[in-house]
Design a protein around this ligand. Structure first.
Ligand SMILES: [Zn+2]
Length: 330
């Protein structure tokens, strides 16, 4: 696939293409932007361009052995590191740094891709710094991140940053039509769930998640004691579910609060993310002030932050529902 076919990132792709064509690569790139908007695919295409056997100065062919092997993640001179569990561990970084010291095969380029680079702890990041400063010849490093503010300043300053944008509703709709066989209504729902990212991870269980969301929508309209009796025992189930229900709940709450803020400011209802739940949103609107909506939004961020630092998920979710209830009463 040619780099130019990455959708919705024209300015960034143009910068990258020019660097590749003029052979003026930075020692490290950092792709910054929301999840699932093309950062990892772009890194893979760069690796192909640098290693393609019949590269003509525009794009990788996509057909030769290196191109095919890179596409399936099985090429000796391209390495992808991603968090193992919560973090990118020190051993992973040390291993990658050793790997970078070997010369690539003749004519090849070693490409190290570090996905979710912000999940390096300080120790790993420091180990990485020196290589980032002076990478071995014929190597390039590409860091991918959604949260550059979590990275050390010394790492940031050694990379050329390239911004990736959220995708427009039109592009998301097209991509979902190409990559899934969802019906129009479901595709439209999934497009809104992504808020600018393509959520292919949710395709498998669109129906289940919609049902869960409408249950959450029912509960949140008016949280009394009887609702809490139903909700609290479910928190543990959501926390331990393999499909990351706890994260789906936090994502959904963010869209819900965004919609409440939208309605509070009398913005057009046609643009709501949870348009299919408009009656529930309207009821909810009577119970939260704009201060409460803001406080809840911050509470969701705090819960995410705490869970990322290994806090007990069940307790965090229970606390969040209690807060939702408390702010309705306030
Ligand atoms: Zn090729």
């Amino acid at each position: 696939m040619p780099l130019a076919q990455i959708r919705g990132q024209a300015a960034s792709i143009d910068l990258i293409s020019r660097a590749l064509q003029s052979n003026q690569l930075p020692s490290a790139w950092m792709f910054v932007g929301p999840p699932s908007v093309g950062k990892r695919l772009t890194a893979q295409l760069i690796a192909q361009t640098l290693n393609c056997k019949i590269y003509q100065g525009i794009d990788a062919c996509g057909q030769c052995d290196p191109c095919r092997q890179i596409e399936v993640g099985n090429f000796a001179d391209v390495e992808l590191i991603e968090p193992s569990g919560q973090n990118i561990r020190m051993e992973q970084i040390q291993e990658a740094l050793r790997w970078m010291q070997y010369r690539p095969e003749r004519g090849h380029y070693r490409v190290l891709i570090l996905d979710e680079a912000d999940r390096m702890n300080r120790e790993s990041a420091n180990a990485f710094l020196k290589t980032l400063e002076e990478p071995p010849p014929q190597t390039t490093i590409i860091l991918l991140t959604t949260s550059p503010m979590l990275l050390l300043e010394t790492i940031l300053s050694r990379c050329q940053q390239i911004r990736f944008q959220p995708l427009s509703p039109e592009i998301l709709t097209d991509l979902l039509a190409e990559k899934t066989d969802l019906a129009n209504d479901e595709r439209n729902w999934l497009m809104k769930q992504g808020m600018g990212s393509i959520r292919l991870d949710l395709v498998k269980d669109v129906q289940g998640l919609r049902e869960l969301q409408s249950q959450w929508g029912l509960w949140i309209q008016q949280i009394g004691a009887s609702e809490m009796i139903e909700i609290l025992p479910r928190c543990q189930e959501w926390s331990s579910a393999k499909d990351l229900t706890w994260e789906r709940l936090l994502d959904w709450l963010e869209t819900w609060l965004r919609d409440l803020a939208w309605l509070l400011h009398e913005l057009p209802e046609t643009e709501l993310l949870n348009q299919d739940q408009l009656p529930a949103l309207r009821k909810c609107l009577q119970r939260y002030s704009s201060e409460s909506v803001l406080a809840l939004y911050e509470a969701v961020l705090e819960v995410r932050h705490n869970i990322a630092r290994n806090a007990n998920k069940t307790l965090q979710l229970e606390g969040l529902w209690l807060r939702l209830k408390h702010l309705q009463e306030a």
